[in-house]
Design a protein around this ligand. Structure first.
Ligand code: PMV
Length: 348
């Protein structure tokens, strides 16, 4: 057996209809859909060298330095995949991971890093067993594996727009892996959409997504929420096909605010939004009604605001951000991203 090397870059994604609540193991309580991002991504290389340890054995370097916290998480995940990849007990893995976005920038890194990891695992498997080629199945399995590591990571393996979870009348969708929305089902305006991430607070969030999902188990609004998410998903996909910007804005903002309302009405209740998040929402809505430029916001499980807008309004939006918002001195940093084309293999 020889030493092997593989590498992938994989992007983060931003959900438009949110996955919030799950049933064991990593099955979403409702389907979700996200834009795949372009600039916010993880670049990962894995060196595999034969070992006699007969156990999962990993060194994990994050941005050039050994990182024990991430290593523990990754070893725990890899141990669940030994049946699928028996060679995990025959190789030592040296994993090098870097993000293009600053650490603690408020961008969730689990979607990009867990999808990059699983793409690397499948590429290694290909080299070790000679079994598979880079086909549609490859990405489907990468999505399935990524889902098990971190639900939303399942959507990062596909370009532009991807759904995850069973959707009525779309037999190609599944709870086990994401499905790319076909290009001819996406209006041109959405294929180049922009996402300016307004960093309000880059610190670690006080309640993890894992704990947040669990609080949906006995949530008083759970049944209504899961129903509404299905309704919103169908409405959003239809709007994104025809280019109906008003419906897009209505659904995306409802989803963001509903996610946070669910947190506020959990038991125990918690609030991840900051006063600045609310101020930015007000400013965004004000700018939209004054200019008629179709900007809107979405929010992940944190205080930062993702400002979404069509590429044709880039100049106006950036001018406004620089002039008005930067002056307010409430935004720590702005990361300008846009819809992207999905993972790329790093060639030797
Ligand atoms: O993938 P997780 O378990 O970190 O959950 C992600 C949850 C949200 O980001 C809030 C929504 C989503 O669909 O990405």
């Amino acid at each position: 057996m020889e030493n092997l090397k593989v590498g992938w870059t994989s992007p983060s994604n931003i959900a438009l209809v949110k996955y919030w609540g799950k049933i064991p193991v990593q099955i979403p309580a409702n389907p979700s859909v996200s834009f795949t991002l372009s600039k916010a991504k993880t670049s990962m290389t894995v060196f595999a060298s034969p070992s006699n340890l007969k156990a999962v054995d990993v060194d994990f370097y994050f941005e050039g330095e050994l990182n024990e916290k991430f290593k523990t998480k990754i070893v725990k995940f890899l141990e669940t995949e030994v049946d699928r990849f028996p060679w995990l007990k025959e190789f030592h893995l040296a994993i090098n991971s870097e993000n293009t976005f600053p650490h603690s920038s408020g961008i969730a890194s689990s979607a990009s890093s867990m999808s990059a990891l699983n793409l690397c695992l499948l590429s290694l498997d290909e080299k070790i067993t000679g079994h598979r080629a880079l086909t549609e199945d490859f990405f489907r399995e990468a999505s399935d594996l990524s889902r098990k590591a971190s639900g939303s990571a399942s959507r990062s393996v596909y370009p532009l727009l991807a759904t995850w979870g069973e959707i009525d009348n779309l037999p190609e969708t599944s709870n086990l892996f994401a499905t790319p929305v076909k290009k001819n089902e996406i209006h041109e305006a959405f294929k180049s959409f922009c996402d300016a991430i307004l960093i309000v607070d880059a610190g670690e969030k006080s309640v993890s997504s894992r704990a947040g999902h669990a609080l949906m188990d006995n949530h008083p609004f759970a049944i209504e929420r899961f129903k509404r998410a299905r309704y919103n998903l169908n409405k959003l996909l239809a709007a994104m096909k025809t280019g109906d910007m008003n419906t897009f804005i209505e659904v995306v903002e409802e989803e963001a605010l509903m996610l946070h309302s669910l947190m506020m009405t959990s038991n125990p209740s918690y609030i991840l939004l900051k006063p600045t998040s609310l101020l930015l929402i007000e400013k965004i809505r004000e700018f939209r009604s004054k200019t008629n430029i179709p900007v809107c916001f979405t929010i992940d499980a944190g205080p930062n605001i993702h400002l979404l807008y069509p590429a044709e309004f880039k100049t106006d939006v950036h001018q406004w951000l620089q002039k008005d918002l930067v002056d307010l001195k409430v935004v720590q940093n702005i990361i300008y991203d846009e819809v992207g084309l999905g993972p790329e293999q790093i060639k030797d």
